[in-house]
Structure formats: C-alpha cells, structure tokens
Design a protein around this ligand. Structure first.
Ligand SMILES: Nc1ncnc2c1ncn2[C@@H]1O[C@H](COP(=O)(O)OP(=O)(O)O)[C@@H](O)[C@H]1O
Ligand SMILES: Nc1ccn([C@@H]2O[C@H](COP(=O)(O)OP(=O)(O)O)[C@@H](O)[C@H]2O)c(=O)n1
Length: 208
C-alpha cells in the first residue's frame, strides 16, 4: 500500500514525480557547512535531505555505466551534466515518500538550474545560501577526513573557482527574484543553526 504522497504523484515528461513538492535549494561554497546544517534541519523540520554530491558518489559505488565519467568529473571539481544529476534527484524524491525536500549542492550552474526547471517544473520555495569566507572553507575541507578524493588542495582550488564562476550566478539569479535567504556560515555550527531555524520558522510562531 502506498502512502498518501505516493498515491497522488503525477506524470511529468513520461516519468512519475512527486505532486506539488516543497523544495528548498541549499547552496554555498564547498565546505560552507551545507550537509551539516541539512542534518539539523531534517531533525527539526521534517524535510528529506537530498545531497546531489552524495547521490553522485553513490552512483559511482553502484557500478553504473556513468560511474567512471562521474568519478572523473568529481576529481576535477567539474559539474556533472544535469541530465544525470536530475534523474538521481527525481528518483530519490520519489523513493523518499516525503513531499518536503532540501536539495543540497544543486543547482550548481545555470545548466543545472534551467534543466531542473524545464524537466520538473518545480520552483523552489526559497534558496538557503551559506556564505562563508574561502580560508574557512579551505580549513574545514582539509580536516573533513571523510576520505573524499576531491578534498585535496589541488581539487579544492578548482572547486572554489567553479563556485565563483558557475554557482554564484545561480545565487544571483534567485537574489533578483527575492528567493535567497543568506546565512553567515563562518560561525560555529550552533550559531549558524540559530539563523537557519529563524528562516524555517513561520513568522507567526516567532517570539517577539
Ligand atoms: N560552522 C562550522 N564550523 C566549523 N566546522 C564546520 C561548520 N560546519 C561544518 N563544519 C565542518 O566542516 C566540514 C565541511 O562541512 P560540510 O557540512 O560537509 O560542508 P559542505 O556540505 O558545504 O561541503 C565538516 O568536517 C564539518 O564537520
Ligand atoms: N549539482 C552537482 C553537485 C555536485 N557535483 C559534483 O560533486 C562534487 C562534490 O559536491 P558536494 O556538494 O558533495 O560537496 P562540496 O563541494 O559542496 O563540499 C562537486 O565538486 C562536483 O564535481 C556535481 O557535479 N553537480
């Protein structure tokens, strides 16, 4: 027996998709704390966390035909073609049984953004942007210790360049549409989460 969410899913471009989902894009440079804060948001606000990077790394591990291509792109800090990432996101949304999603690390360039809009017809509720100084992000990435092939100084520099050149324009796109909620992410985890909570708490529930 399917859940209420599944039973009301709809067809989009020939594939089944979650009906009227709430989507929050979580953006910020590499190491700005997106994953860390998403874990906190999930615990407090009932969202499903979908990390584009985690989905791509799982795809490499699964031995899929795209695995080698994805692995090479990640090693170089390059953005994987949208077609691949969007399919993974759509599948994960459907499998979750939820209708509220934090989409972390996506869209990372204009191609990601335009393709997602075209394929899914989903507009994000808002965009959470973790703004963090580069020196702090570099420090965090070099001590992350998750055995990631891209957490070395050479690839980190490439990822910073891609963030400035390709991802910031996406944030500017949503800033122009008044969708961006910018958080000072250079502070300790708990302080950052206080600011995050304020964004997710409806105005009428906030204390004066
Ligand atoms: N506010 C913070 N202060 C210090 N370290 C942090 C903070 N937020 C996250 N970290 C640490 O920095 C590293 C990168 O954080 P992560 O959440 O993986 O970033 P992202 O998903 O943006 O790449 C992790 O080791 C994490 O524990
Ligand atoms: N939308 C995305 C997200 C990540 N990626 C790839 O995955 C890598 C790691 O992304 P991530 O979000 O897991 O990690 P951070 O770079 O934010 O620390 C990126 O550098 C890209 O190579 C991608 O190609 N497309």
């Amino acid at each position: 027996m399917g859940s209420v969410v599944e039973s009301t899913n709809k067809e989009v471009n020939g594939s089944v998709a979650v009906k009227n989902p709430t989507v929050v894009f979580v953006l910020g440079g590499p190491g700005s704390g997106k994953g860390t804060q998403c874990t906190n948001i999930v615990q407090h606000f009932g969202y499903t966390h979908l990390s584009a990077g985690d989905l791509l790394r799982a795809e490499i591990k699964s031995g899929s035909e795209n695995g080698t291509m994805i692995q090479n792109m990640i090693k170089e800090g390059k953005i994987v073609p949208s077609e691949v990432t969007i399919k993974l996101l759509q599948r994960a949304m459907l499998e979750s049984g939820n209708d509220k999603f934090l989409i972390d690390g996506f869209p990372r360039n204009e191609e990601n953004r335009a393709a997602f809009e075209e394929v899914t017809k989903i507009e994000p509720a808002f965009v959470l942007f973790f703004d963090c100084p580069e020196e702090e992000m570099e420090r965090r990435l070099l001590s992350r210790n998750q055995g990631r092939e891209d957490d070395n100084i050479e690839t980190i520099r490439k990822r910073f360049k891609v963030f400035l050149e390709s991802s910031l324009p996406v944030i500017e796109h949503y800033t122009a549409r008044e969708k961006v909620r910018k958080i000072d992410a250079g502070r300790p985890v708990e302080e950052v989460f206080e600011s995050v909570k304020a964004v997710f708490t409806p105005k009428d529930e906030k204390a004066d």
